[in-house]
Write a protein that binds this ligand. Sequence first.
Ligand SMILES: [Fe+2]
Length: 220
Amino acid sequence: MTSDRETAIRTLISEIDAYLARYAGPGIAEVRAGIARWRGGPMREVPAQRIPQTRHIDAALDWMEVNGDRRLAHAIRDAMPYLAWIAYDPYPRDLIGATYAENHCMASLIGQGGQIRGVDFDLGLFGFGPDILYRDHRHAAPELYAPLTGPHGWRFQSGASLDWRSSFQPVWNEPWAHHAFKSGPTPYFCVFGWTKDVNVPAEMIFEPDWATIEQQSAPI
Ligand SMILES: [Fe+2]
């Protein structure tokens, strides 16, 4: 018999796939191919875990109920009791900064530690609190971010100013592509997909203007 947990997780993965199917940009097909490849695998008994920063996900879901994709918000809420939220922590604390380090979290759905095993593929949910810069970094894994809240401000090279965007504008980062992004008054919350080289740790890229960028607010 299918458990409530399995139903909630599999429904969430289906809803994410349906959400991604609305887009045609770079990386969408790669992530959907990974979902198709691994989604039928057996569920693991991953112990559910909430950590303090999961409160930002709750706030993002409240925003989605009013301003965003309600159907996906409901699927995420139904799965929340079973998700294992963790901090992704490969960075030196003095570079990533305490604010980001203490206010972000992710939950893997498909992957090495996911609810369903996936090899060299990761699909999950990721978010962080309001008015926080995820400082410049890069990684081997090609990455799709499908933001469910907004606005969020992006840059893809040293010294650039942030390009503020609304929700529902996926971003695809090629391997080792430079990227940094900042949340606005709403927590940043997204579906992420890493399509290969998932075990190569991400690296920070030191930029001397972090303090300046962190003072900047989202345009109204
Ligand atoms: Fe990234």
